[in-house]
Design a protein around this ligand. Structure first.
Ligand SMILES: *[C@@H]1O[C@H](CO)[C@@H](O)[C@H](O)[C@H]1NC(C)=O
Ligand SMILES: *[C@@H]1O[C@H](CO)[C@@H](O)[C@H](O)[C@H]1NC(C)=O
Ligand SMILES: [Zn+2]
Length: 385
């Protein structure tokens, strides 16, 4: 009865040893990181956000996005309010909408601008979105650790530099407006100019032209409440040239609209989702608030999603370290742990056997030396039982 059991154990031990040696001899040289979609992929992506190697600036000290900690913001009620000009576009202006593999981007004409807000005028260039998956939120900036479901960036460049390209590397080159989204009970019709076209640009590189519309309608009602800080592009090349304005007032989208954003586009053969960068260290930077952190005046603080019923996806979720992962990851971790324990035990046994072996060899050696004979190490396959 004992025999088969012992045989089994011996087999496991041998297997363990085999694996131990195999793993020792098959991993020489430097470690190469495997990127999804091919080893020598030139394009950056969101699954591996270690962009420093290819884009030095991404390692800078003033990177974006950040977590805005409201209690640590510096209230400055004298910050000029955001004044937008030319945001209401005529239908005759055709706007390019494209899936560039990282986001959906709407090009904007330079007739749109931010004026009387900063020491200089900023012209609009494009707007785009960042989002998560159906089960996890995907805004880039977090507020008090809360990640909202999605985020829109309206990118502007300083007029004096003539173009986005010309301004992108200048210290005061860019101004980006950031809008955070929450889930609301109704479709936000203003966004259908864009969202209705997502299916038409599902493949990376696809583009369509859409008639101009009132871009003001994409913004929150309250533009006077915002956070302001100096940061960077949240995508490579991560230039640290952005004056950020993150609105405190959010915009609501319906679950269906958000779902469309999260599932319509592809990057390569995969769904384009979770295209947000992780929050970056503040490194002593100041974050200004245009308002004091008391309750918003004259605004309802009723949580609408709680009343709409059956909402399985809250408007906001806590930013947990594994906000990325889906539920099956828990099982994977458990399996990984189990494997680690098994291999740990196997390794321990191997080590023990090795020690015993060495001790025996030493004994032999001593005996051999004492008798004045030459020591010959034999291959270990003659393990004495
Ligand atoms: C951003 O940088 C500029 C130039 O250094 C500085 O004048 C301004 O105060 C900074 N803004 C914030 C919010 O720290
Ligand atoms: C807006 O400000 C209020 C009051 O400080 C705060 O509770 C809330 O989290 C803020 N939300 C956003 C999206 O900034
Ligand atoms: Zn962005």
């Amino acid at each position: 009865m004992q025999r088969p059991r012992q045989m089994q154990r011996l087999l496991f031990l041998l297997l363990g040893q085999l694996l131990t040696f195999a793993s020792c001899y098959t991993t020489p040289g430097p470690k190469h990181e495997q990127r999804p979609g091919g080893p020598s992929q030139e394009h950056w992506g969101y699954s591996d956000q270690d962009w420093r190697e290819d884009y030095q600036k991404c390692d800078g000290k003033s990177q974006s996005p950040i977590n805005v900690e409201i209690s640590k913001t510096i209230v400055n009620k004298n910050l000029p309010k955001i004044t937008l000009e030319g945001y209401s576009l005529p239908e005759t202006t055709l706007l390019n909408l494209t899936n560039n593999g990282h986001t959906v981007q709407l090009s904007l004409p330079e007739s749109m601008s931010i004026s009387n807000t900063f020491p200089q005028k900023y012209l609009a260039s494009q707007l785009h979105f960042h989002w998560g998956t159906e089960s996890s939120p995907g805004a880039e900036h977090t507020v008090d650790g809360i990640r909202y479901v999605a985020e829109m960036h309206i990118v502007h460049y300083a007029a004096k530099y003539g173009s986005l390209r010309g301004a992108a590397q200048k210290a005061d080159g860019l101004a980006v407006l950031a809008v955070l989204f929450q889930i609301g009970p109704n479709d936000n019709e203003n966004y259908n100019h864009i969202f209705d076209k997502l299916e038409a640009i599902s493949q990376e590189g696809d583009e369509v032209y859409i008639p101009g519309f009132d871009v003001n309608a994409l913004l929150p009602h309250q533009l006077s409440r915002f956070f302001r800080y100096n940061g960077s592009l949240t995508t490579p090349p991560c230039f640290q040239t952005v004056t950020w304005t993150v609105f405190n007032d959010t915009v609501q989208l319906s679950k269906e609209q958000l779902h469309k954003l999260e599932t319509s586009l592809k990057t390569g053969h995969h769904t384009l989702d979770s295209n947000f960068r992780f929050v970056q260290p503040l490194n002593g930077r100041n974050v200004l608030a245009s308002f004091s952190s008391t309750l918003p005046s004259g605004r309802m603080v009723v949580k609408e999603s709680a009343e709409s019923g059956g909402d399985d996806k809250p408007g906001l979720e806590l930013d947990e370290p594994n906000a990325f992962s889906n539920s099956s990851d828990g099982n994977q971790i458990a399996l990984g742990d189990t494997l680690a324990i098994i291999f740990g035990i196997l390794f321990g046994c191997t080590a023990l056997i090795f020690v015993v072996y060495v001790l025996r060899q030493r004994k032999h050696q001593r005996l051999n030396t004492e008798s004045g004979k030459k020591v010959i190490y034999k291959p270990t396959n003659t393990m004495e039982a």
